[in-house]
Design a protein around this ligand. Structure first.
Ligand code: NOJ
Length: 545
């Protein structure tokens, strides 16, 4: 296969425009600000920017509650500003993918307003209604503890409507051909403006039958995904769909369908076991998960992440495992959310311990799949637990030890959200400007990891296997692609470890990158010495063909 599947070797960086950089000075981040700060992303080595929703929205769920799919919320600029940003990103060789949130709309969307106010409106059947309160109304909430039902009564419609998320996010009826056509039209619009694909929100709900009474066999839940993928590929070669789908591994093959449906899926299973491994100081849960992970073929690829804009969802761990992770990473009730997760950023979860942080990021770039970073992770930003729900991890970007952390020149009281200004993770201690200067900073380490990953296509492209080094605390992976081989080794334990490195067919391991600078080549069977939380990437014999 030709190495032209760009996303398999991409470095994806997620930005919430509202929180990144305010150029207009009104206290809210905007497209002009983001375009201004592309320098930072270029220096970091980002190849693809994923934009969180930026469409007109009452913003009751960080923009995941949309009122117009064909525009830019005026707070972030205009469509013209979007196009200027796209141009600037392209100039620097960066692709852009955007959130596609079509499981639901805001209840303020004109479609829902039309649907609720007239039973004969063509939009009525764009949503999912019930005359009676459904029996399962209080089951299956996505935000338990905050949301107590998935059906709400609408007085104007005199009917109940389905909302898998908050009650202001009415589910679209995705079995309706008119809705499907509109979804494609939305995709076509943004593809025409140059995006390279979509992060598809809430896929398992999008393809659910949504309680509709359907003839058995009359509805193929996955057909929507095939339709979307086909349409996208016809409109723009090389565009991708990245699924937000927290699914068991057994469902993954149907989601990928060889990459003819989803090109990438966020690996929530791996994410949760990676955190369990970090909590326990052993590689075993992660290794076990990798052993059971389906290997997507063809165009498919897993997307790996540490943290994102939501909670760290640990719902797929057993109760005992989750309790263990909570105790190690977020023991306080204020840190926990939705009976399953932690509303924390990585750096405070790892108590700002640089060795553990660098280990975690080295893993992110070394695991088979495409790495995705959440803005602010590259400098180790913290969270603000005084803010509600997931807002805790969405504070404005910390650019410098300047007023408002250099994010905005507005009066502090007018900022979209307070800047993190206290403690070890406050902007005075954690900011871009300072870490650019400091040789041992997290930003410099992550930049090196990104550069190394970009020049190591064996990881994104190659075949991989687990290497048994006879220790539970160490994860060793070997990748091969076109005759070249790379091995990465990560020590999860705080204690130094030493073991002989022996891999069939490899005589010599050359250092590529490690937690420490000086390292010499290792010959087959020689001892590899690793510091506590140490890591190393090694290139093996044989040039790439
Ligand atoms: C998943 C998004 O990641 C989350 O932030 C949002 O609240 C829900 N979908 C609803 O759109």
């Amino acid at each position: 296969m030709m190495p032209n599947l760009w996303y398999k070797n991409a470095i994806v960086y997620c930005v919430d425009v509202e929180k990144f950089m305010d150029a207009s000075g009104d206290g809210t981040g905007d497209f002009a600000g983001l375009a201004d700060r592309l320098d930072h992303l270029e220096r970091l080595g980002v190849t693809c920017i994923w934009l969180n929703p930026f469409f007109p929205s009452p913003n009751r769920d960080n923009g995941y509650d949309i009122t117009d799919y064909y525009g830019v919320d005026p707070r972030y600029g205009t469509l013209g500003d979007f196009v200027e940003f796209m141009h600037a990103a392209r100039d620097r060789g960066m692709r852009v993918i955007i959130d596609l949130v079509v499981n639901h709309t805001s209840t303020d969307h004109p479609w829902f307003q039309a649907a609720r106010s007239d039973e004969n409106s063509p939009f009525r059947d764009w949503y999912v209604w019930s005359k009676e309160k459904p029996e399962n109304a209080h089951e299956g909430m996505v935000f338990p503890g905050v949301q107590d039902s998935i059906w709400s009564y609408d007085r104007t419609a005199k009917a109940w409507y389905l909302h898998r998320f908050y009650d202001h996010q009415a589910d679209l009826n995705t079995a309706n051909p008119a809705v499907r056509e509109e979804i494609l039209k939305i995709m076509g619009f943004w593809l025409a403006l140059g995006v390279s694909g979509f992060r598809l929100d809430a896929v398992p709900f999008l393809i659910d039958t949504k309680g509709m009474k359907l003839e058995p066999g009359s509805f193929d839940p996955y057909s929507l995904l095939t339709e979307m993928h086909d349409f996208m590929a016809w409109r723009r070669a090389g565009a991708v769909l990245l699924a937000e789908a927290n699914i068991p591994y057994s469902d993954a093959p149907a989601y990928f369908d060889g990459g003819d449906r989803m090109n990438m899926i966020f690996d929530f299973m791996l994410n949760q076991h990676l955190f369990l491994s970090l909590a326990r100081g052993t590689a075993a849960p992660l290794r076990h998960t990798l052993q059971n992970r389906p290997r997507p073929d063809g165009l498919g690829q897993w997307a790996n992440f540490l943290r994102n804009h939501d909670e760290l969802d640990l719902g797929r761990l057993s109760i005992a495992e989750r309790e263990e992770a909570f105790a190690a990473l977020g023991p306080d009730a204020s840190m926990q959310i939705y009976e399953r997760g932690l509303r924390r950023r990585l750096a405070p979860m790892l108590e700002g311990d640089m060795s553990r942080l660098k280990l975690a990021y080295s893993l992110l770039f070394a695991l088979p799949g495409t790495p995705v970073l959440w803005y602010g992770e590259e400098i180790g930003m913290g969270e603000n637990l005084a803010l509600p729900e997931r807002e805790a991890v969405r504070t404005p970007m910390q650019w410098a030890d300047e007023p408002n952390a250099g994010f905005s020149r507005a009066a502090t009281a007018n900022l979209i959200q307070p800047i993190l200004a206290d403690g070890d993770f406050g902007y005075q201690n954690v900011n871009v400007a300072q870490q650019v200067r400091e040789p041992g900073s997290l930003l410099r380490s992550i930049t090196r990891l990104v550069q190394t990953r970009r020049s190591t296509p064996e990881i994104g492209w190659g075949e991989w296997e687990l290497v048994d080094v006879g220790r539970d605390d160490v994860l060793a992976l070997s990748y091969s692609w076109r005759g070249a081989r790379v091995v990465t080794v990560h020590n999860f334990s705080p204690e130094p470890v030493s073991f002989p490195l022996e891999i069939d067919g490899i005589d010599r391991f050359e250092p590529l990158l490690a937690d420490h600078d000086a390292q010499s080549a290792i010959l087959r069977g020689e001892t590899l010495d690793m510091a506590g939380f140490g890591f190393c990437w090694l290139r093996c014999d044989g040039p790439r063909k």
